[in-house]
Design a protein around this ligand. Structure first.
Ligand code: PAZ
Length: 283
């Protein structure tokens, strides 16, 4: 999907979703957004996220039966290939041909092949592209109602520079100014108007633990969705708090050979099943 317009991306997503109209579909967002500082962009604001959470979660979602729309920052980590930083360390050459007997590599290639028909990659780079794509993909998924899980793991910028405030050319050192505006939160509108019957999970990242749960609760009440996964920058790979309207549930990773996303997805799948069952009762 690289280099495609939004309209072209939407057409591909519509065609993909049609084949899975009776399945559970997860829309996973992953990686950081880029915020341009100039119209002819040389510099931009970015963040630390490499998309590990999103890519790892997508693997467990596929394994547990979901079809996945993987909306990711271009060049961030992808499911299955995320395990490999360099192919050179695994390379063996026999009779002038590249071969590999690396079990982990072969296992992940097999899994990628096994799930390739159930995952669609939808890339974005800028904050603007992210916001437009998210709304468009939710609109495509709307008719699937409760079967949709929206899993918002991307690290989305809170600040941007309005188009009219952007300098056209590369900012000069003698005139540096960053007139930042706060990004309008569109999640409430998505939850209320576009996917009101879906199970929507957002993530909340903080660095000060004393405000983590309070911020998660604030997000829940502002957006009206089902669940916030709250995590701290420093411990995000071994501890998360699942915050819903009633309680807080801590997930802690005790076995370091495992990944916390396995438990997160297991827990969320159960909550999603309950959401689907309850919606049936309500009708
Ligand atoms: O990409 P990563 O695995 O390094 O980090 C994951 C994360 C911390 C970006 C994610 O778990 C998260 O909290 N996303 C939401 C961030 C926020 O906007 O609060």
């Amino acid at each position: 999907m690289h280099g495609k317009t939004l309209e072209e991306q939407i057409k591909i997503v519509e065609a993909f979703v049609k084949d899975f109209a009776n399945d559970r579909i997860a829309l996973v967002t992953s990686g950081g957004t880029q915020v341009p500082l100039e119209k002819n962009t040389v510099r931009f604001i970015d963040n630390f996220s490499m998309g590990t959470r999103g890519a790892t979660s997508a693997e467990y979602l596929l394994a547990t039966g979901y079809t996945v729309l993987f909306m990711h920052r271009e060049s961030s980590l992808l499911p299955f290939s995320r395990h490999f930083h360099s192919l050179f360390s695994m390379l063996q050459v026999e009779d002038g041909k590249a071969v590999s007997s690396d079990a982990k590599l072969i296992n992940n290639i097999q899994k990628a092949a096994q799930y390739s028909s159930r995952i669609l990659f939808v890339p974005f780079v800028t904050l603007d592209q992210y916001l437009h794509l998210l709304e468009a993909l939710c609109t495509v998924l709307k008719p699937l109602h409760e079967r949709v899980l929206v899993y918002l793991a991307a690290a989305v910028s809170d600040f941007y520079i309005k188009h009219d405030d952007l300098p056209t050319h590369k900012m000069r050192t003698e005139e540096v100014s960053l007139p930042l505006s706060v990004v309008p939160k569109n999640l409430q509108r998505l939850v209320e108007n576009i996917v009101p019957r879906a199970f929507v999970v957002s993530f909340k990242l903080e660095t000060d633990e004393s405000i983590l749960v309070e911020k998660a609760r604030k997000a829940l009440s502002s957006y009206g969705h089902q669940l916030v996964v709250a995590n701290m920058l420093q411990t995000r790979k071994e501890h998360v708090v699942l915050v819903d309207n009633e309680k807080e549930e801590h997930i802690r990773l005790h076995d370091k050979s495992k990944e916390i996303e396995e438990e997160i997805i297991h827990n969320i799948k159960e909550r999603h099943s309950e959401h689907i069952a309850n919606s049936g009762k309500a009708q």
